[in-house]
Write a protein that binds this ligand. Structure first.
Ligand code: OGA
Ligand code: MN
Length: 286
Protein backbone atom coordinates (compact mmCIF):
# COMPACT_ATOMS: atom_id res chain seq x y z
CA UNK A 1 0.00 0.00 0.00
CA UNK A 2 1.30 3.49 -0.88
CA UNK A 3 1.53 6.04 1.87
CA UNK A 4 3.18 9.42 2.34
CA UNK A 5 5.10 10.77 5.32
CA UNK A 6 5.36 14.37 6.47
CA UNK A 7 7.55 15.38 9.39
CA UNK A 8 5.66 17.39 12.04
CA UNK A 9 8.68 18.96 13.80
CA UNK A 10 12.45 18.59 13.26
CA UNK A 11 12.91 16.29 16.31
CA UNK A 12 9.67 14.37 16.86
CA UNK A 13 6.52 13.30 15.08
CA UNK A 14 5.49 12.40 11.53
CA UNK A 15 2.10 12.25 9.86
CA UNK A 16 1.31 9.30 7.61
CA UNK A 17 -1.43 9.61 5.03
CA UNK A 18 -2.82 7.08 2.58
CA UNK A 19 -3.39 4.23 5.05
CA UNK A 20 -6.72 2.53 5.73
CA UNK A 21 -6.57 0.83 9.12
CA UNK A 22 -9.99 -0.80 8.76
CA UNK A 23 -8.11 -3.65 7.03
CA UNK A 24 -4.91 -5.35 8.22
CA UNK A 25 -1.76 -3.90 6.64
CA UNK A 26 0.23 -6.32 4.50
CA UNK A 27 3.53 -7.32 6.14
CA UNK A 28 5.72 -5.24 3.77
CA UNK A 29 3.69 -2.07 4.39
CA UNK A 30 3.61 -2.76 8.13
CA UNK A 31 7.42 -3.08 8.18
CA UNK A 32 7.82 0.27 6.38
CA UNK A 33 5.31 1.99 8.66
CA UNK A 34 7.06 0.59 11.72
CA UNK A 35 10.36 2.04 10.49
CA UNK A 36 8.76 5.49 10.14
CA UNK A 37 7.40 5.11 13.67
CA UNK A 38 10.77 4.08 15.15
CA UNK A 39 12.53 6.97 13.38
CA UNK A 40 10.01 9.61 14.48
CA UNK A 41 8.91 8.19 17.89
CA UNK A 42 5.35 9.48 17.34
CA UNK A 43 3.19 9.01 14.24
CA UNK A 44 -0.16 10.58 13.49
CA UNK A 45 -2.47 8.64 11.18
CA UNK A 46 -5.45 10.91 10.52
CA UNK A 47 -8.96 10.23 9.24
CA UNK A 48 -9.35 6.65 10.44
CA UNK A 49 -13.03 5.71 10.99
CA UNK A 50 -12.10 2.60 12.98
CA UNK A 51 -13.99 0.86 15.77
CA UNK A 52 -12.50 -0.88 18.83
CA UNK A 53 -12.05 -4.21 17.01
CA UNK A 54 -10.14 -2.55 14.18
CA UNK A 55 -8.00 -0.54 16.60
CA UNK A 56 -7.20 -3.72 18.54
CA UNK A 57 -6.37 -5.59 15.30
CA UNK A 58 -3.97 -2.88 14.09
CA UNK A 59 -2.39 -2.59 17.54
CA UNK A 60 -1.76 -6.36 17.53
CA UNK A 61 0.22 -5.88 14.32
CA UNK A 62 2.54 -3.75 16.49
CA UNK A 63 2.75 -6.35 19.27
CA UNK A 64 0.86 -8.23 21.98
CA UNK A 65 -1.51 -6.03 23.97
CA UNK A 66 -1.48 -5.18 27.64
CA UNK A 67 -4.78 -5.45 29.42
CA UNK A 68 -5.66 -2.29 31.32
CA UNK A 69 -4.71 -3.03 34.89
CA UNK A 70 -7.57 -1.30 36.64
CA UNK A 71 -11.17 -2.11 35.89
CA UNK A 72 -12.32 1.45 36.66
CA UNK A 73 -10.14 2.71 33.78
CA UNK A 74 -11.29 0.22 31.12
CA UNK A 75 -13.98 0.91 28.58
CA UNK A 76 -16.91 -1.22 29.79
CA UNK A 77 -16.43 -4.86 28.76
CA UNK A 78 -13.18 -4.09 26.89
CA UNK A 79 -10.11 -4.86 29.00
CA UNK A 80 -7.84 -3.95 26.01
CA UNK A 81 -9.15 -0.37 25.85
CA UNK A 82 -8.30 2.39 28.26
CA UNK A 83 -10.68 5.32 28.16
CA UNK A 84 -8.95 8.71 28.18
CA UNK A 85 -12.20 10.48 28.80
CA UNK A 86 -14.28 12.68 31.06
CA UNK A 87 -17.46 10.77 30.14
CA UNK A 88 -19.32 7.93 31.82
CA UNK A 89 -20.72 4.89 29.97
CA UNK A 90 -23.66 7.01 28.75
CA UNK A 91 -21.30 9.69 27.40
CA UNK A 92 -22.42 12.08 30.14
CA UNK A 93 -19.85 14.32 31.88
CA UNK A 94 -18.40 12.86 35.06
CA UNK A 95 -18.03 15.24 38.02
CA UNK A 96 -14.38 16.38 38.47
CA UNK A 97 -14.17 14.72 41.90
CA UNK A 98 -15.18 11.31 40.48
CA UNK A 99 -12.37 8.84 41.33
CA UNK A 100 -11.79 8.01 37.64
CA UNK A 101 -11.54 11.73 36.81
CA UNK A 102 -8.97 12.18 39.56
CA UNK A 103 -6.86 9.31 38.24
CA UNK A 104 -7.14 10.46 34.61
CA UNK A 105 -6.33 14.04 35.61
CA UNK A 106 -2.79 12.98 36.48
CA UNK A 107 -2.23 12.12 32.80
CA UNK A 108 -1.48 15.84 32.61
CA UNK A 109 1.91 15.11 34.13
CA UNK A 110 4.62 13.98 31.69
CA UNK A 111 4.83 10.18 31.73
CA UNK A 112 5.56 6.99 29.82
CA UNK A 113 2.65 4.54 29.91
CA UNK A 114 3.03 1.61 32.31
CA UNK A 115 6.56 2.63 33.35
CA UNK A 116 5.39 1.49 36.80
CA UNK A 117 5.36 -2.11 35.54
CA UNK A 118 8.28 -4.54 35.68
CA UNK A 119 7.84 -5.02 31.90
CA UNK A 120 6.71 -1.56 30.81
CA UNK A 121 4.69 -0.80 27.68
CA UNK A 122 6.31 -0.69 24.25
CA UNK A 123 3.72 1.47 22.51
CA UNK A 124 0.39 3.18 22.94
CA UNK A 125 -2.19 4.02 20.29
CA UNK A 126 -4.81 6.66 21.04
CA UNK A 127 -7.82 7.09 18.76
CA UNK A 128 -10.01 10.20 18.96
CA UNK A 129 -13.77 9.60 19.09
CA UNK A 130 -15.03 12.82 20.73
CA UNK A 131 -12.85 15.93 20.99
CA UNK A 132 -13.45 19.24 22.78
CA UNK A 133 -13.80 22.42 20.71
CA UNK A 134 -10.78 23.98 22.46
CA UNK A 135 -7.89 22.49 24.44
CA UNK A 136 -7.33 18.84 25.30
CA UNK A 137 -4.24 18.45 23.10
CA UNK A 138 -1.68 15.77 23.90
CA UNK A 139 2.03 16.67 23.94
CA UNK A 140 4.92 14.30 23.19
CA UNK A 141 8.64 14.67 23.99
CA UNK A 142 11.41 12.74 22.25
CA UNK A 143 13.52 11.34 25.11
CA UNK A 144 16.26 10.06 22.79
CA UNK A 145 16.81 13.52 21.29
CA UNK A 146 16.72 14.95 24.82
CA UNK A 147 19.34 12.46 25.99
CA UNK A 148 21.62 13.19 23.03
CA UNK A 149 21.45 16.92 23.81
CA UNK A 150 22.76 16.47 27.38
CA UNK A 151 26.28 17.63 28.25
CA UNK A 152 28.88 14.87 28.45
CA UNK A 153 29.33 15.26 32.21
CA UNK A 154 25.59 14.78 32.75
CA UNK A 155 25.61 11.69 30.52
CA UNK A 156 28.49 10.33 32.61
CA UNK A 157 26.63 11.06 35.85
CA UNK A 158 23.54 9.17 34.61
CA UNK A 159 25.49 6.11 33.50
CA UNK A 160 24.30 3.06 35.43
CA UNK A 161 21.72 4.91 37.55
CA UNK A 162 18.55 3.03 38.44
CA UNK A 163 15.23 4.71 39.28
CA UNK A 164 12.22 3.46 41.22
CA UNK A 165 8.85 3.87 39.42
CA UNK A 166 5.59 3.68 41.32
CA UNK A 167 2.03 4.23 40.05
CA UNK A 168 0.93 5.34 43.52
CA UNK A 169 3.61 8.02 43.49
CA UNK A 170 2.17 9.71 40.40
CA UNK A 171 -1.32 9.24 41.87
CA UNK A 172 -0.39 10.45 45.38
CA UNK A 173 -2.91 13.32 45.20
CA UNK A 174 -5.87 11.12 44.26
CA UNK A 175 -8.12 11.50 47.30
CA UNK A 176 -10.84 8.94 46.79
CA UNK A 177 -9.31 5.64 45.92
CA UNK A 178 -10.45 4.25 42.58
CA UNK A 179 -8.58 1.01 43.10
CA UNK A 180 -9.29 -2.23 44.87
CA UNK A 181 -6.88 -3.63 47.43
CA UNK A 182 -5.97 -6.40 44.98
CA UNK A 183 -5.14 -3.84 42.27
CA UNK A 184 -2.98 -1.86 44.68
CA UNK A 185 -0.96 -4.87 45.80
CA UNK A 186 -0.56 -6.02 42.18
CA UNK A 187 1.48 -2.88 41.38
CA UNK A 188 4.48 -2.69 43.71
CA UNK A 189 7.27 -0.17 42.94
CA UNK A 190 9.66 -1.36 40.24
CA UNK A 191 13.19 -0.52 38.96
CA UNK A 192 14.29 0.82 35.57
CA UNK A 193 17.51 2.39 34.26
CA UNK A 194 17.48 6.19 34.01
CA UNK A 195 18.97 5.84 30.52
CA UNK A 196 17.47 3.08 28.41
CA UNK A 197 18.94 1.55 25.32
CA UNK A 198 16.17 1.08 22.76
CA UNK A 199 15.82 -2.64 21.97
CA UNK A 200 15.00 -2.00 18.28
CA UNK A 201 16.99 1.11 17.29
CA UNK A 202 19.87 0.89 19.78
CA UNK A 203 19.38 4.60 20.48
CA UNK A 204 19.71 5.66 24.10
CA UNK A 205 16.91 7.62 25.75
CA UNK A 206 16.07 9.16 29.11
CA UNK A 207 13.50 7.07 30.96
CA UNK A 208 12.06 9.19 33.77
CA UNK A 209 8.59 10.68 34.12
CA UNK A 210 5.78 11.25 36.59
CA UNK A 211 5.80 7.62 37.78
CA UNK A 212 9.49 7.96 38.73
CA UNK A 213 9.69 8.32 42.49
CA UNK A 214 13.35 8.16 43.45
CA UNK A 215 16.88 7.28 42.34
CA UNK A 216 18.52 4.30 43.99
CA UNK A 217 21.52 5.18 46.12
CA UNK A 218 20.73 8.90 46.18
CA UNK A 219 19.30 11.06 48.94
CA UNK A 220 15.61 11.75 48.39
CA UNK A 221 16.04 15.48 47.65
CA UNK A 222 18.97 14.95 45.34
CA UNK A 223 17.09 12.24 43.44
CA UNK A 224 13.97 14.38 43.14
CA UNK A 225 16.00 17.34 41.85
CA UNK A 226 17.65 15.11 39.25
CA UNK A 227 14.33 13.56 38.09
CA UNK A 228 12.54 16.91 37.89
CA UNK A 229 15.50 18.55 36.15
CA UNK A 230 15.69 15.81 33.50
CA UNK A 231 11.94 16.03 32.80
CA UNK A 232 12.23 19.81 32.51
CA UNK A 233 15.16 19.48 30.12
CA UNK A 234 13.41 16.84 27.97
CA UNK A 235 10.16 18.75 27.61
CA UNK A 236 11.64 21.94 26.19
CA UNK A 237 9.89 23.03 22.98
CA UNK A 238 12.65 21.75 20.66
CA UNK A 239 11.96 18.14 21.73
CA UNK A 240 8.15 18.40 21.78
CA UNK A 241 5.27 17.88 19.36
CA UNK A 242 1.85 18.99 20.56
CA UNK A 243 -1.07 17.24 18.88
CA UNK A 244 -4.41 19.04 18.41
CA UNK A 245 -6.99 16.26 18.03
CA UNK A 246 -9.50 15.83 15.24
CA UNK A 247 -12.05 13.01 15.39
CA UNK A 248 -10.58 9.96 13.63
CA UNK A 249 -6.93 10.71 14.44
CA UNK A 250 -4.86 7.75 15.57
CA UNK A 251 -1.64 8.71 17.35
CA UNK A 252 0.84 5.89 17.90
CA UNK A 253 3.85 6.52 20.12
CA UNK A 254 6.88 4.66 21.40
CA UNK A 255 6.84 4.60 25.21
CA UNK A 256 10.51 3.53 25.19
CA UNK A 257 11.52 6.84 23.65
CA UNK A 258 8.78 9.35 24.49
CA UNK A 259 7.06 11.07 27.37
CA UNK A 260 3.57 12.41 26.83
CA UNK A 261 1.00 14.44 28.74
CA UNK A 262 -2.58 15.54 28.34
CA UNK A 263 -3.28 19.28 28.15
CA UNK A 264 -6.08 21.10 29.96
CA UNK A 265 -9.59 21.69 28.63
CA UNK A 266 -12.89 22.61 30.24
CA UNK A 267 -13.80 19.21 31.73
CA UNK A 268 -16.99 20.59 33.25
CA UNK A 269 -18.44 21.73 29.88
CA UNK A 270 -16.77 19.87 27.01
CA UNK A 271 -16.77 16.19 26.15
CA UNK A 272 -13.64 14.25 25.25
CA UNK A 273 -13.31 10.51 24.64
CA UNK A 274 -10.18 8.87 23.26
CA UNK A 275 -9.64 5.10 23.20
CA UNK A 276 -6.17 3.77 23.96
CA UNK A 277 -4.67 0.38 23.22
CA UNK A 278 -1.34 -0.43 24.86
CA UNK A 279 1.28 -2.72 23.33
CA UNK A 280 3.23 -4.67 25.93
CA UNK A 281 6.99 -4.51 26.20
CA UNK A 282 9.09 -7.53 25.30
CA UNK A 283 11.01 -7.90 28.56
CA UNK A 284 12.37 -6.24 31.69
CA UNK A 285 14.57 -3.15 31.29
CA UNK A 286 17.33 -4.37 33.63
C1 OGA B 1 -3.01 8.16 27.77
C2 OGA B 1 -2.76 9.57 28.14
C3 OGA B 1 -3.35 11.83 27.61
C4 OGA B 1 -4.51 12.53 27.02
O1 OGA B 1 -4.08 7.87 27.22
O2 OGA B 1 -2.11 7.35 28.01
O3 OGA B 1 -1.83 9.86 28.84
O4 OGA B 1 -4.30 13.58 26.41
N1 OGA B 1 -3.60 10.46 27.61
O5 OGA B 1 -5.64 12.03 27.18
MN1 MN C 1 -0.57 8.05 29.12
Amino acid sequence: MDFTVRKLTPNVGAEISGLDLRQPLDPATMAEVRKVWLDNVVVVIPEQPIDDEQQIAFSRQVGALELINMSALQMPGRPEIYGATNLDENDELMPPDHPVMQVNHDNRKWHSDSSFKHVPAMASLLHARIVPPVGGDTAYANMAAAYEALADDMKAKLEGLVAVHNFYWSRRNVKVTAFTQAETSALPPTRHPVVRRHPETGRRALYVGSHTESIEGMEWDEGRALIDGLIEHATQPEFVYQHAWRVGDLVWWDNRAALHCGMPFDITRHKRRLHRTTVAGTGPTL
